[in-house]
Ligand binder design. Structure first.
Ligand code: DAT
Ligand code: MG
Length: 149
């Protein structure tokens, strides 16, 4: 089953949006397989955002992600990587569609509340970067036949 990595960033935690994010993913029909709150080290932040290391915003992005606790999670479901990105919305919350998490709760690109893996391969490496195998539980919710035909 496909998995993705979702992180509520420090602004989302400070604003009390952890429950809202979990609820939106649960209500959609995705399954939570791992969840933890942590304060991110500079090393982890720099590896997570390594693809952006030459960008002008890299330093402030790392400062921001390490500035307070985040809530990291892993979700499972058919097509969950692309679907979660749709639920999250465009990178800039000001132009993100209403109904998306960023569109409903944010106004600034540097405070866009949440991260979601952008592709299946990225999701696999992000899940491995953020979680040990023992922190993830594979389980099949009993309502699965009411979610999938
Ligand atoms: P996303 O988080 O939608 O995958 P991304 O991978 O392009 O977006 O960028 C990672 C994060 O970096 C993004 O969530 C917020 C920040 N960021 C991206 N572009 C930025 C910009 N032009 N100015 C400031 N921060 C930016
Ligand atoms: Mg990205």
């Amino acid at each position: 089953m496909e998995r993705t990595f979702i992180m509520v960033k420090p602004d989302g935690v400070q604003r009390g949006l952890v429950g809202e994010v979990i609820q939106r993913l649960e209500c959609k029909g995705f399954t939570l397989v791992g969840l933890k709150q942590l304060t991110v080290s500079r090393e982890l932040a720099e590896s997570h955002y390594a693809v952006h290391k030459e960008r002008p915003f890299f330093k402030s992005l790392v400062e921001f992600i390490t500035s307070g606790p985040v809530v990291a999670s892993v979700w499972e479901g058919d097509g969950v990587v692309a679907s979660a990105r749709k639920l999250i919305g465009a990178t800039n919350p000001l132009t993100a569609e209403p109904g998306t998490i960023r569109g409903d709760f944010g106004v600034s690109i540097g405070r866009n509340l949440i991260h979601g893996s952008d592709a299946i391969e990225t999701a696999q490496s992000e899940v491995a970067l953020w979680f040990e195998d023992g922190e993830l539980s594979s389980w099949k919710p009993s309502i699965t036949p009411w979610i999938y035909e």
